[in-house]
Design a binder for this molecule. Structure first.
Ligand code: TK8
Length: 338
């Protein structure tokens, strides 16, 4: 009788510890629907990486965390989504760092014209301590930055003429991202710089509200800008990062396990995305030529003249980010170039 009582007690105890264990595990990952928005279409490097991120999250969470992706700015333009994240109406997004500058001015450091010359340099600096420091500044604004993805080196397209020297920008109505450094840089080149959200760009080109725009080869291809643009001029005037951000209000309510799952998936998608983007970019010129674009490489001498012409725009960057951060980034680029 006594023995029976003890074993019953033991079983009861064991049972309760076990169920406690299960309860904790279940609490660690709750069923959640995560809205992940982005500006490009599904059939783009951005879309493929978003899909991969969603799959990774589903796998790692046993299907409890469901990332639902929204392509083509269907949840809004970059800055509309950023504000939805801050307010807690949306959980996640990926977009250009350049569109975040109105919220977190330190982001402008990546807008420095001709900052990087090689994607590997960009990886090292962005994934290093200064990249993290710039990202961490988002937190006081209600956003959490997870990782940088690659948008890529930007090049100019337009419907008027090939850009062979900066003087060729004269009078061209050029859409730029809504960002003071981009506006300043292209005004200095002589263009009529028109800030517009990406979501309005194709129509603006099609209706000739603007003559041209600048984006990486990948985007020119995936957004079918070749249908409405004749000339593509290889300027590589700036390296543009994308950044995966989440709503801080929402993030702070996640368990450490859930945060870890999202972070790891964002990193995995980053590595795959950079590879995908570089592979696609290396073939894009031939593809775009095949689709009727007239392509010219700008000579090294003329790139140098553009660089000098853009030089004063660097003061706009320094005014936004402070001399100290600017110098720190320059030093990291230097290190990454060795
Ligand atoms: C996508 C944009 C895009 C950017 C632009 O939402 O606006 O030109 O290059 O990638 O962030």
């Amino acid at each position: 009788m006594k023995r029976l009582l003890i074993s019953t007690l033991a079983a009861a105890l064991l049972g309760s510890t076990l169920s406690l264990g299960y309860a904790q595990a279940a609490d660690d990952i709750r069923p959640r629907m995560i809205r992940f928005g982005y500006g490009l279409n599904e059939d783009s490097n951005q879309g493929r990486a978003a899909k991969l991120l969603a799959e990774e999250v589903a796998k790692a969470s046993g299907g409890k965390l469901k990332v639902r992706t929204f392509a083509s700015a269907s949840l809004g333009s970059d800055d509309q989504m950023q504000n939805a994240l801050i307010g807690g109406a949306q959980e996640m997004m990926v977009g250009s760092t350049a569109t975040l500058v109105g919220i977190s001015k330190e982001m402008a450091v990546w807008d420095t014209p001709f900052l990087f010359t090689d994607p590997r340099q960009a990886d090292q600096v962005l994934d290093g301590p200064v990249g993290r420091q710039v990202m961490d500044k988002l937190e006081e604004k209600g956003l959490v930055g997870l990782v940088y993805w690659e948008n890529g080196f930007r090049n100019v397209t337009n419907s008027a003429r090939p850009i062979e020297k900066y003087e060729d920008f004269n009078g061209i109505k050029l859409r730029v991202m809504p960002n003071p450094v981009f506006i300043d840089t292209f005004k200095r080149m002589g263009a009529n710089a028109v800030p517009l959200p990406f979501s309005e760009l194709f129509t603006a080109l099609e209706t000739k509200a603007v003559d041209g725009q600048e984006n990486p080869f990948n985007t020119i291809l995936s957004s079918k800008f070749y249908e409405v643009q004749k000339y593509l001029s290889v300027t590589n005037h700036v390296y543009s990062p994308w950044i995966v951000t989440v709503s801080k209000r929402w993030w702070d309510g996640l368990s450490a396990t859930e945060q870890d799952i999202l972070m790891k998936a964002a990193e995995k998608a980053r590595d795959a995305e950079r590879e995908d983007t570089r592979r696609e970019a290396s073939q894009a010129l031939a593809t775009l030529k095949g689709r009727g674009m007239q392509i010219n490489e700008v000579s090294a001498d003329e790139i140098q003249r553009m660089r000098e012409r853009a030089q004063p725009a660097i003061q706009t960057v320094i005014d936004a980010v402070g001399q100290e951060l600017f110098d720190q980034v320059q030093a990291e680029v230097e290190k990454a170039s060795q």
